[in-house]
Design a protein around this ligand. Structure first.
Ligand code: ADP
Ligand code: MG
Length: 196
């Protein structure tokens, strides 16, 4: 009976993960949630990997030009160090973080904080990306968002690389990637293989 008693002093933390392909609106959705937390006067801290230098070194930026101030960090462990008293912790481009990120997010959630992490679930080869699979498994809430397929207009699930650059981590933009649905992605892959 006592064990079920209401404990108003106990903050309930949670891990929310937003995933999807490039251009699917992950950063937009992350910014939307963080802005609402800010409106509710919660203390918000936002992090991104230092490697993501698109547009702005100290902001997370969506393809829609929505922006929010953030801190660029070299490792997941730095998030713990820099989170301070924030009750809401946002992480963008989670796929580029080291394997320590799931543990860091779990620790922050266990401390009673709301953690919201956004990242690519799949790389351009269609393989689960970095720490994302573990993060998704540990999440309390998962939101998968979709881009629009640039070939047929269906819901896109894949990021397709339209340049020949080889490294997996190619931080790129519209000139390097397009969003494709499963069928158009598979078709494009077959055609590319046929050409080589
Ligand atoms: P993500 O963080 O998932 O890459 P963003 O939040 O940065 O996505 O960008 C989403 C925005 O990208 C959309 O609101 C739209 O303006 C733009 N956009 C460009 N190409 C596409 C596409 N193929 N499908 C959907 N949105 C697109
Ligand atoms: Mg983004």
């Amino acid at each position: 009976m006592d064990g079920m008693a209401h404990r108003p002093d106990r903050r309930k933390g949670a891990l929310e993960v937003i995933c999807g392909s490039m251009f699917s609106g992950k950063t937009e959705e992350l910014i939307r949630r963080l802005r609402r937390a800010d409106i509710a006067r919660q203390q918000v801290a936002v992090f991104k990997p230092v490697l993501d230098k698109r547009y702005d070194e100290s902001s997370i930026v969506s393809h829609d030009d929505s922006k929010l101030g953030s801190t660029a960090v070299k490792s997941a462990a730095e998030i713990i160090r820099l989170a301070g008293e924030a009750t809401v912790v946002g992480v963008d481009e989670a796929q580029f973080f080291d394997d320590g990120l799931p543990q860091v997010c779990t620790q922050l959630a266990n401390e009673g904080r709301r953690v919201i992490a956004a990242g690519l679930d799949l790389d351009y080869l269609g393989k689960p990306f970095g720490p994302m699979p573990v993060l998704l498994a540990l999440a309390d809430f998962v939101t998968k968002v979709h881009a629009v397929c640039m070939h047929c207009g269906d819901l896109a699930h894949h990021s397709y690389r339209i340049t020949d650059d080889k490294p997996l981590v190619l931080v790129g933009e519209k000139e390097s990637y397009i969003a494709l649905c499963r069928a158009c992605y598979n078709q494009a892959g077959t055609q590319a293989a046929g050409h080589s």
